[in-house]
Design a protein around this ligand. Structure first.
Ligand code: GDP
Ligand code: CA
Length: 324
């Protein structure tokens, strides 16, 4: 079976680990968010791609959910001793090596998709990880504070300000010109099923869907999503601040409406959200908290099972049409 999944960072990566357990013999292609990417100290940092790569490759700091395990912070301390900014973004020594290799390869002219493939050769994540685009895009957030109304990089709003200042607008700079990376549209075309993990619906999945051609390609596919919102609140993190910025309520229903039909064909919600629905979408209620790999695998199994049933129903409907 060929499965395509879109993914942000922590939520996406933890779900993907479950998906690999649930469907070990499947060919899984992950289209990763690069809107969070940032240049720091001359290095290109791709937080979401790295979180997926480290999580699936066994190198992630489990408690934190991002960065490397057994990490030290000598380089960060030395940079701080020179007064180099920013000091609010935590990069560990082992992690620095990844960004050095990436930057070296990008400077040599390799596209990000080729660089990601090279980095994954070491980590063997068990999926094919492709950035959504080789073109540079960056999520910026418009805020008003003592310095006036201005746009800051997503990471500054998310990490430095902890989303405490309301986002007036969230903009993917470069979205109009960005093309899907090589292999993205082909992987979608070849996919039997598409699964949207519980990643941030605005700045992770929503960002990937803004790349020209991706949403259109997905419309034709059987797509099942896992709600990142349970009982009117994010499970963890600050997704509510992102949803509020685009005028969407923090509910499983509102996120389903945001994705909409024909994109979404099946939607998994938590048991307390069992009343959620939308025309043309099969909604099922399941336990949706990822406590560990096994609970993530159970959610992935439920998503695959729902997608398989929807795809079979569609196949039967098409054959009926052919027979007539
Ligand atoms: P990312 O978008 O993949 O980078 O991941 P985040 O860690 O920022 O989380 C994105 C969304 O996933 C948030 O809205 C969380 O509420 C949601 N989320 C995190 N953990 C879980 C979980 O165990 N179950 C469900 N259903 N959603 C989760
Ligand atoms: Ca669809």
């Amino acid at each position: 079976m060929r499965i395509v999944s879109l993914a942000g960072g922590i939520g996406g990566a933890r779900f993907l680990r479950g998906l690999l357990t649930a469907a070990p013999s499947s060919e899984i292609t992950v289209i990763g968010n690069t809107g969070d990417d940032i240049s720091l100290y001359g290095l290109r940092v791709c937080p979401d791609l790295d979180t997926v790569m480290y999580t699936l490759g066994g190198g992630i700091n489990e408690e934190q959910g991002w960065g490397r395990q057994k990490e030290s912070h000598v380089v960060k301390e030395e940079l701080a001793a020179y007064g180099v900014e920013p000091q609010w973004f935590g990069l560990g020594d082992r992690d620095f090596a990844t960004h050095i290799v990436r930057t070296q390869m990008l400077d040599a002219g390799y596209p990000l998709s080729a660089v990601t493939e090279a980095l994954c050769a070491r980590w063997e994540p068990g999926v094919r990880l492709i950035p959504m685009s080789d073109d540079r895009t960056e999520t910026h957030v418009v805020i008003s504070d003592e310095q006036g109304r201005r746009a800051v990089h997503f990471q500054e709003w998310w990490v430095r300000l902890r989303a405490s200042v309301p986002a007036e607008q969230i903009i993917l700079v470069g979205a109009d010109e960005a093309k899907p990376a090589p292999g993205v549209l082909q992987a979608i075309a070849d996919a039997d099923l598409v699964i949207l993990p519980p990643s941030n619906p605005v700045v992770s999945i929503g960002t990937i869907l803004q790349i020209k051609g991706i949403r259109e390609a997905l419309d034709a596919k059987t797509v099942v999503g896992v709600s990142p919102i349970i009982g009117g609140a994010p499970v963890r993190g600050m997704a509510d601040a992102c949803l509020t910025a685009i005028g969407v309520e923090t509910t499983a229903q509102a996120v389903l409406d945001l994705y909409g039909s024909p994109l979404i064909d099946g939607w998994l919600v938590a048991e307390e959200d069992a009343g959620v629905g939308l025309d043309g979408v099969s909604v099922e209620a399941r336990p949706l908290i990822m406590h560990d790999v096994e609970s993530a695998a159970a959610i992935a199994r439920a998503a695959l099972d729902l997608a398989t049933r929807i795809a079979a129903r569609r196949g039967a409907a098409t054959q009926d049409g052919d027979a007539r």
